[in-house]
Design a protein around this ligand. Structure first.
Ligand SMILES: N[C@@H](CCC(=O)N[C@@H](CS)C(=O)NCC(=O)O)C(=O)O
Length: 133
């Protein structure tokens, strides 16, 4: 089956190529659902330019109000949808491909949001994600 989804990931020198937990969430989601995809590797400093190039929306705003563009991002060539943010991508994949195994079974969206919020609150003070400039 040919890939109808383009998955934008950040490269590394690791054997797997990928390194970021945020990006792994989407790679895992695509693999779990069995949706064929093609990876396009985007170096960290090129993320904003690539997102703007393909017309992706920013995922948040920086402290000074400028738009903040992040990966993961997918471009679904069969629908034209361009989605950023691993949670939104997971919700999109379940809504668009409900015949594949569900990432968030019915009635569990709140549980997933609560888990993500709690995990983020624990991880952020560790300094893993410094404030962006
Ligand atoms: N909550 C977001 C976090 C996305 C995120 O922070 N991505 C980082 C890579 S791990 C990024 O693209 N940062 C680009 C930048 O800050 O310029 C998600 O899960 O997608």
């Amino acid at each position: 089956m040919s890939a109808s989804i383009v998955f934008y990931d950040i490269p590394s020198s690791l054997p797997s190529g990928c390194w970021s937990p945020n990006l792994w969430k989407t790679r895992y989601a695509l693999n779990f659902k069995g949706i064929p995809y093609k990876t396009v590797w985007v170096e960290y400093p090129d993320i904003e330019a690539k997102c703007k190039e393909i017309g992706a929306a920013p995922t948040s705003n920086k402290a000074d109000g400028r738009p903040h563009y992040t990966l993961p991002m997918i471009h679904d060539l069969s629908t034209g949808a361009i989605i950023s943010d691993s949670s939104k991508i997971a919700a999109y994949l379940d809504a668009t491909y409900p015949d594949k195994p569900l990432l968030m079974p019915a009635g569990t969206a709140g549980l997933h949001r609560a888990f993500e919020s709690a995990a983020q609150a624990l991880i952020t003070p560790c300094g893993i994600f410094p404030a962006h400039t």
